[in-house]
Design a protein around this ligand. Structure first.
Ligand SMILES: *[C@@H]1O[C@H](CO)[C@@H](O)[C@H](O)[C@H]1NC(C)=O
Ligand SMILES: *[C@@H]1O[C@H](CO)[C@@H](O)[C@H](O)[C@H]1NC(C)=O
Length: 308
């Protein structure tokens, strides 16, 4: 009788252990599935797999000039988390600063994106004063040119990709990135809330760009916003001297680059023949920090150790 009870317990123990083990294995598998669904996963690949080979998607090189200001970290967080939703992106972030800042370095390190962190300070003579209206001089010229230089130095005709100049204050739908991925030369699309209009963009007839919907300096060769075009990497690499002109007249910065690369007739209209708005030229309101200044005078300002 005693022996029998012990056997029953033994069988019970073995069966329940097996059940527990099975349940644990199932849990482990579920964990893997969640892991695979994480869009950030693609960034753990080595750099070589992000160079756009025959079996890979062309890489989207997103070039973002940025400068220190109270809402810089908020803007970069928003953009970086949009880019996390796009496969095969390489973010080239270029600071307008004498050196790389830890604020940006930390943000990039935690972003889970494939990235390159560059910096170049805009010469003082070119720099906008805080009081200047934001359209007086083009911002970010030196920084975008620095990124172009990096691409020339570090990428070759074997690398398939497209280059997009994405400022940190715009709003991007993830749709626009897939539109630009297979750019042959220069692809174009409309941009919302820019140029004093609801949108500005190319006019398309029969699948070709025949003009532009714009109301400001309509004689510009390429009257488009920076956010409204992307250039194929191979086209850029085959024009080593092509840069943005730091002395370009207001509104002519985009034309200074595109003029040496394509004709208007060669532009590739995307976003449903330029009828869909998937990027907006939003601007963040400058944060008001009057109370902060007042408290600082009483040495009671916000804790400087807390990074905002
Ligand atoms: C990219 O090019 C720069 C020179 O502009 C060089 O210093 C750097 O080592 C290169 N980086 C890579 C990853 O090849
Ligand atoms: C764009 O227009 C061309 C010519 O009318 C047409 O063949 C093509 O299908 C259009 N593309 C899209 C995405 O609607």
């Amino acid at each position: 009788m005693r022996l029998k009870l012990r056997n029953i317990f033994l069988v019970y123990f073995v069966v329940s252990s097996a059940g527990l083990l099975y349940a644990l294995l199932q849990l482990g598998q579920q964990c893997d599935c969640i892991h695979q669904m994480n869009p950030a996963n693609n960034v753990h690949r080595r750099d070589n797999s992000l160079r756009g080979g025959a079996e890979n998607l062309p890489v989207i090189y997103v070039v973002t000039p940025t400068y220190a200001r109270p809402h810089q970290r908020a803007e970069l967080t928003r953009l970086s988390q949009t880019l996390l939703l796009v496969p095969d992106v390489h973010w080239i972030l270029v600071e307008d600063s004498a050196e790389r800042t830890t604020l940006v370095a930390d943000l990039l390190a935690q972003s889970k994106l494939q990235y390159t962190h560059l910096h170049v300070q805009t010469p003082l003579a070119m720099k906008m004063k805080d009081s200047d209206p934001n359209w007086l001089k083009p911002r970010g010229v030196e920084q975008r040119n620095k990124a172009l230089h990096w691409l020339h130095e570090n990428r070759s005709s074997r690398d398939h990709g497209v280059v997009y100049f994405a400022d940190d204050d715009n709003t991007y739908s993830i749709k626009i990135f897939e539109e630009m991925r297979y750019t042959q030369k220069v692809s174009v699309w409309p941009v919302g809330l820019v140029g004093g209009l609801r949108y500005e963009g190319p006019l398309v007839t029969g699948g070709k760009v025949v003009g532009f919907h714009t109301a400001w300096k309509t004689h510009r060769p390429f009257p488009m916003d920076m956010a409204g075009f992307a250039v194929s990497l191979s086209l850029l690499l085959s024009h080593p001297n092509t840069q943005f002109d730091p002395n370009a007249e207001r509104g002519f910065l985009e034309s200074s680059l595109l003029g040496s690369l394509v004709t208007v007739g060669e532009l590739e209209p995307k976003a449903n023949n330029c009828t869909k708005i998937w990027v907006w030229h939003t601007r963040t309101e400058k944060p008001k920090l009057k109370q902060e200044d007042l408290l600082e005078k009483q040495r009671k300002g916000s804790d400087p150790k807390i990074v905002v």
